[in-house]
Design a protein around this ligand. Structure first.
Ligand code: NAP
Length: 298
């Protein structure tokens, strides 16, 4: 740690899972001296070896409980389908006063899958750093990933304020702006801003791959017309996204109902040649894009 760095926020951080998000956080922790020891656990030895080689871990283990033992922060950074098993594994070894947090893209399921398994003297502070790329694994991480982005915390009512503040400070040091939100509200907002766009991308790219062979080649050749952007989104990790859709199924299904109605309305306007309706919709959506750019989220 450099002499001018602030005091560490934690003594020992356990990262359970060290892919894109976990490794990016480890880079930040190293860069800014956020803790004195990073204990890493993953599913495969290969990932642990890579984390070591990149200098992101002080200790590595395939056993999540071994990493979590003695930690004052356990950060779950696995796909969401693994959360319940991770919570069961670490619960018996957590030290009193320890904070358990996570980076998952759905938040109600964390409270449901992890919360009930933790001892009473441990604080659960679910978090979602809203930043990412389509790449995964420990080599994909970089410390600037979180810079200028939002981190949404969804602590249950009655959570120890000091624990919430420590997690907020961790993500602030990573360059993020903190928003505290109800978990249910988070899941509905993210269903619109992230989950539905991914589902649409997966669908479009899937439809294109079903096309006849000669047409498929041209789809790739002329992909700069818009298709290319969907292929980038649809290249995101399949396990992670399977888990997100299953974890947030209610909000996504509700939204899909509305989306199907809007799509049907556009289809009807095209069939009837109602250009004014198309103009209204497209003009409105252009304004939304301007808002995104103005908020520096483009
Ligand atoms: P990732 O790059 O695929 O890495 C996942 C990590 O979890 C790997 O280290 C993997 O170990 C480990 N893991 C997988 N299954 C496990 C299990 N059953 N037990 C223990 N460890 C396990 O994933 P990521 O992109 O960092 O995403 C992690 C979390 O962040 C997800 O919950 C996701 O919702 C959330 N998130 C992602 C993004 C994004 O854009 N990627 C953005 C915001 C939030 P091995 O390599 O050994 O298999």
């Amino acid at each position: 740690m450099a002499a001018d760095q602030p005091t560490p926020l934690f003594e020992r951080i356990a990262l359970i899972g060290i892919g894109l998000i976990g490794s990016s956080l480890a880079h930040v922790a190293r860069r800014d001296g956020l803790c004195n020891h990073i204990a890493v656990s993953a599913r495969t030895q290969r990932t642990l070896d890579t984390a070591r080689r990149l200098g992101l871990a002080d200790s590595v283990t395939l056993d999540a409980a071994e990493a979590a033992a003695g930690a004052d922060l356990v950060m779950i950074c696995t796909p969401m389908g693994a959360y319940e098993a991770v919570a069961r594994a670490i619960a018996p070894v957590l030290k009193p006063g320890c904070i358990v947090s996570d980076v998952g893209s759905v938040k109600q399921s964390v409270i449901r899958d992890v919360g009930p398994r933790l001892p009473e003297d441990v604080h659960l502070v679910p978090a979602h750093p809203v930043a990412g790329t389509e790449h995964s694994g420990p080599e994909a991480g970089f410390p600037e990933l979180f810079q200028g982005r939002w981190c949404i915390l969804t602590p249950a009512e009655g959570t120890e304020p000091d624990a919430v503040e420590r997690i907020a400070e961790l993500w602030r040091r990573a360059g993020m702006t903190i928003e505290i939100m109800d978990a249910n509200h988070h899941d509905r907002v993210l269903a619109i801003t992230s989950h539905l766009p991914h589902l649409i991308a997966y669908t479009i790219v899937g439809t294109a791959t079903d096309l006849a062979e000669n047409l498929k080649q041209e789809v790739v050749k002329y992909s700069a017309g818009g298709f290319r952007d969907f292929t980038r989104i649809a290249a995101s990790d399949p396990v992670m996204w399977r888990d997100i859709f299953l974890a947030n199924r209610e909000a996504i299904l509700e939204l899909l109902g509305q989306f199907s109605e809007d799509l049907t309305a556009l289809r009807r306007a095209i069939r009837r040649g109602e250009g004014d309706i198309l103009m209204d919709v497209f003009t409105h959506t252009r304004e939304i894009r301007r808002g995104v750019v103005e908020a520096e989220q483009d």
